[in-house]
Design a protein around this ligand. Sequence first.
Ligand code: ATP
Length: 269
Amino acid sequence: MLLRPASPRTTLTLSDRDAQPPRQLRRNDDLKKELEKELERLGELQNLLYADRRHALLVVLQGRDASGKGNVIRRVFGACNPLGVHVSSFKAPTEEELLHDFLWRVHEVIPSRGMIGIFDRSHYEDVLVVRVRRLAPPHVWQPRFRQINDFERMLTENGVVVLKFFLHVSKKEQREQLLERLHDPTKNWKFRPGDLDDRELWSEYTRAYRDAIRKCSTPWAPWYVVPSDHRTSRDYMITKIINEKLSSLHLRYPRAEPKVLALEAELKE
Ligand code: ATP
């Protein structure tokens, strides 16, 4: 296995070195081709998931600014039929959302059976940005680790498969990506003046991510820390983990009713 799920006992340094791909991928000249194969397989498995209708797949993507969440959505899930995929982006909560518990807006967009739901940021922001920027006191965000674990457990007991990926980029790579965004007129419209503020809180975010990943990587909803300085290996690892999980579900196409099968003979006549 290329990447093991995190566990409460994992030592998570989240150092710049950890953002480099594993050696066996770095040395693999055929990685692009292998990624293409995995993507094709993902397309097939998604079709099966959709037809089978017994499970949903929830993919949580977390990462610092410019860590590539958008790229993963485009490149990996671009292999799927858009009909079976739903992307939800989580921004700062609205006034109404703040009047509810923090999982209210999340529960509403959990994928239904047959669907793949992708979270671009997620309920984890409620133990990350909320903690780092002190948007709520510790007695509010600390119990959320347990609440998240309970919530995710309930989801998995109800047919939702949960996979969580932290796209880990180095500080240097983030700088390069941010500079590219600022330089490129097709991308710089996305930038807002405060967008560099989180970079100054790098080590505070590291601490918050470490806690969130260790406390909430559970047997039912594992966290994977994906080295993300190199795009092909990042996409390859994510696609492979999803494919392995979907394959383990033994998905199958439902059998057509005898009446439908009889239609073939009728049409041939
Ligand atoms: P990028 O593509 O660089 O990741 P983005 O498009 O995801 O950017 P924004 O459009 O700036 O990011 O919106 C997301 C912002 O909303 C983030 O700063 C995030 O921390 C914030 N946010 C998300 N959920 C919450 C929350 N529960 N409480 C406070 N802020 C939140």
